[in-house]
Ligand binder design. Structure first.
Ligand code: 8YV
Length: 317
């Protein structure tokens, strides 16, 4: 005999869309509420907030304390990403709420994006593309670009992503320097503790650090140290950069160029960037491939499933 009493599904809240196959499983197993589809998020939280036991969110979006306070039954914040900087971890810990991430699976994509930005920026590929698309090739004499092979690259943050970037630029015969909280004994690359000294020494500075401290790392003085021949690449977080100082340095050619996947107040990008031809701009797409987003989604599902079956989620922080 079948049991006619349907088992009560847990209510979960999605702050952003997930790939269709992941969404399908979420709908099968949970009662799904979509914050990103409502024009009245506050009203939605007031209406369904007390029911919500799980939140699925992105690394950049996270979950603010203000929102967590509207979710008294919350058990898990499942981040589809690796950054925990946009979640109030102290609040979560105090209230026994699991916070989980999707480590490992997006490392390659983020490193690939760093390389793409690096090559595009040094070789002025954005400007070249605009010239072709606008039909201006016959009238245009683009300045010569910067050679990529053989550059000196400085990596800030030598975690999984930083190391994957190092392996990739090594294939371009780069000299690799890095900084982190301390030297990593398993790595052969040169460690430089002081970020200004690092910036001064390199042609390309790549930011791959976590943003948990919330502090600005790339200040006006770091950009000064990078200098007019230096390039800056960011695949970490925009809030780690003094964005106004970066824009000013680019406008006045105090640095040579920048490749940016992330911004301080996404999705807002200061308009000053739009007309610069020494930048490559991306809308935070480093992990946005079908393959990786599915892997991330599967880890999110595993974390939720563990939590709602009374186990410790495998990727809690
Ligand atoms: C994603 C990220 O863009 O992992 C992170 O912390 O910021 C990115 O990989 C984001 O999490 C989208 O869900």
């Amino acid at each position: 005999m079948t049991n006619n009493i349907a088992q009560q599904k847990s209510h979960i809240l999605l702050t952003q869309a997930v790939p269709a196959p992941i969404d399908e499983i979420l709908r099968r197993d949970y009662d799904v509420h979509r914050l990103y589809e409502t024009s009245e998020p506050k009203k939605m939280l007031a209406d369904i907030g007390p029911l919500i036991e799980g939140v699925v969110t992105g690394g950049a979006k996270g979950l603010s304390r203000e929102m967590m306070e509207c979710l008294p039954a919350l058990k898990i914040v499942a981040i589809s990403g690796i950054g925990t900087d946009a979640v109030d971890l102290a609040y979560a810990a105090k209230h026994g709420i699991y916070v989980t991430t999707t480590p490992g699976v997006l490392t390659d994509d983020v490193a690939d994006m760093a390389l793409g930005l690096l090559i595009s920026t040094l070789r002025q590929m954005s400007e070249g593309e605009q010239v072709v698309r606008a039909g201006r090739w016959p009238q245009t004499n683009l300045p010569l670009a910067r050679k990529v092979t053989g550059t000196t690259v400085g990596i800030i943050g030598m975690g999984r992503v930083g190391q994957a970037i190092a392996r990739r630029v090594a294939a371009f015969d780069a000299r690799i320097l890095y900084t982190d909280l301390a030297p990593i004994s398993s790595l052969d690359y040169t460690f430089i503790a002081d970020i200004h000294a690092l910036a001064q020494e390199v042609d390309v500075l790549v930011l791959a650090a976590s943003a948990d401290s919330g502090k600005v790392i790339i200040s006006e003085s770091v950009l000064e140290a990078l200098g007019p021949e230096g390039y800056f690449i960011n695949v970490a977080r925009g809030k780690l950069v003094d964005e106004a100082a970066l824009l000013d340095a680019l406008i006045h050619k105090r640095i040579a160029g920048a490749g940016l996947d992330v911004f301080a107040h996404e999705p807002h990008v200061p308009e000053g960037f739009f007309t610069l031809n020494n930048v490559t701009l991306q809308p935070h797409r480093a992990s946005a491939t079908v393959q990786t987003r599915l892997e991330m989604g599967n880890i999110v599902l595993a974390n939720l499933a563990a939590c709602f079956s009374g186990n410790v989620p495998p990727h809690r922080v």
